[in-house]
Design a protein around this ligand. Structure first.
Ligand code: FAD
Length: 451
């Protein structure tokens, strides 16, 4: 395919690669990288193209779509090796047939292996565990810009640490190996707190032995916390309806309803009363129906349509050191209310947040310095969203937040440099070593790196 327009999954990031290839083999990727005359630079790979910033765009260059390379290559007793275009939900279902599961079960089922191996991800850390998928990836196969292959494993901890956050700027990932575990029953429950009560109880919640994910309603000062822990003593068959109910409300009904209300009700006071009413129903369902002593972690993973439909949504994310969170969160809620008061804009879905434990498995890990808690606005992209994002980014940067190159749209170079400091410089240096001729460098990373 030549001269095609490509958009990300949500549809708000567009680019025009001169060549688009649906790679079917490692040899094909090698051929592309070795032949700049027919496959112009920048060469970028994408999995499901769900990223909200333009980290995967190949304007004027070559885009490699990985989704045809989706085979499970080897399923061992505690590892699975998969081609880079396979997506989380397909692998998880195959693992389940063998009584196995991932360590980190993100809500996004479209997460490709290639992206998980070299880009940022998040899910609330289970007690004592990492919350980033790549931290459980123990071996990565890449085609380097020269066309040579590199096989890096956790026997080379410094190298794999860099590769795990290389964002396709060191090489194209063609396969990866995940550490996996036998399925464990998992308990889940929800409880809603007033903001002040949540902050007062936070120290207890952090040591409760549960993972903490939460839905936030800043205009009502409410937070609904999702508590999960593995519950090996659970008996009987797992509840299979619990996560599908969450998934339907979260990824289907919620965004569809919010987009319709946005389009149909012009009076903002009425519109957001209706949305807040939906959120009240949502909290009721979470508290009363999404609870069980025995669920399967794999059921949390959502199957998103390959092409976004009317229930599509987008979001952003900044992570804050957890010790700052009790002071940051009330200020953030006040910022949201003031922004709405001053500009007439608020995002038309809720907020979410995750507690993710300290993790140095990847160089650009947003929880490198310690445990973090995130503030993630979710929206159907209502008018005002793209003006709101820079204000949100600056606020979060000013208050000690850390952005992700693939999940924080419109974050600036200054904000990334402030958050990642020396590690961003080390990344820049490593990238230059891997790709001295900038074969894989797109404008997005060129700007952020100041190259
Ligand atoms: C509706 C929605 C829900 C989401 N939910 C979650 C969630 O629960 N948890 C979470 O962590 N994230 C979530 N995200 C964000 C998303 O998971 C991440 O942005 C992730 O990177 C997407 O995976 P992907 O395969 O679509 O990556 P892509 O967007 O295709 O790629 C991400 C980056 O990796 C590079 N890349 C991809 N494949 C390769 C490869 N084979 N070799 C080299 N480089 C490669 C790309 O160039 C790009 O820079 C969500 C996004 C949306 C839109």
């Amino acid at each position: 395919m030549a001269g095609t327009t490509i958009t990300n999954w949500f549809g708000d990031v567009t680019s025009h690669p001169r060549v688009v290839v649906e790679a079917a083999s490692v040899d094909e990727i090698i051929k592309i990288l070795k032949d700049p005359d027919h496959y112009p630079s920048p060469v970028r790979a994408v999995g499901s193209n769900h990223s909200t910033p333009p980290c995967g765009v190949a304007e004027g260059g070559t885009l490699i779509k990985m989704s045809k390379m989706n085979r499970i290559l080897e399923l061992g007793t505690d590892t699975v090796t998969v081609q880079a275009g396979a997506i989380a939900i397909d692998i998880a279902h195959e693992l389940e047939k063998h009584g196995m599961q991932f360590y980190v079960n993100t809500e996004i089922g479209s997460l490709s292996v290639g992206s998980a191996a070299c880009a940022g991800t998040k899910d609330a850390s289970m007690p004592g565990e990492y919350g980033q998928v790549g931290s459980y990836i123990t071996r990565i196969g890449m085609v380097l810009p020269s066309g040579e292959l590199l096989d890096v494993s956790d026997d080379q901890p410094e190298l794999i640490q860099k590769v795990r956050s290389s964002y396709g700027t060191f090489g194209i990932v063609y396969q990866a190996t995940y550490k996996i575990r036998p399925i464990l029953p998992m308990a889940v429950r929800h409880e809603t707190f007033k903001l002040a009560d949540f902050l007062a109880k936070l120290p207890q919640l952090m040591t409760s032995g549960d993972s903490l994910m939460y839905y936030m309603f800043p205009y009502e000062d409410l937070i609904t916390v999702e508590f999960r822990h593995y519950n090996p003593g659970a008996t009987g068959d797992p509840d299979k309806h619990v996560w599908p109910l969450r998934n339907y409300m979260w990824a289907k009904a919620g965004p569809l309803f919010s987009a319709q209300v946005e389009a149909n009700i012009s009076n903002k006071t009425v519109r957001y009363k209706v949305i807040d009413g939906f959120c009240a129903v949502w909290r009721f369902k979470l508290e009363n129906l999404v609870r069980s002593e025995n669920t399967v972690a794999t059921d949390q993973i959502i199957s998103y349509p390959p092409v976004a439909d009317a229930s599509r949504y987008t979001f952003s994310l900044w992570a804050f050191p957890e010790e700052l969170y009790p002071s940051v969160l009330p200020l953030y809620f006040a910022f949201c209310k003031k922004y709405y008061h001053d500009t007439g804009y608020r995002n038309n879905m809720l907020y979410v947040g995750y507690r993710i434990l300290k993790d140095r498995q990847s160089l650009l890990s947003y929880s490198w310095d310690g445990n973090v808690m995130t503030i993630d606005p979710v929206s159907t992209g209502n008018p005002g969203w793209t003006t709101f994002l820079p204000a949100y980014n600056q606020w979060c940067s000013d208050h000690g937040g850390v952005p992700l190159p693939n999940q924080t749209p419109l974050a600036t170079r200054a904000q990334i440099e402030k958050a990642l400091g020396e590690r961003w410089k080390q990344f820049a240096e490593a990238r230059r070593t891997f790709d001295p001729k900038n074969r894989l460098l797109n404008d997005f990373f060129r700007d952020l790196l100041g190259e």
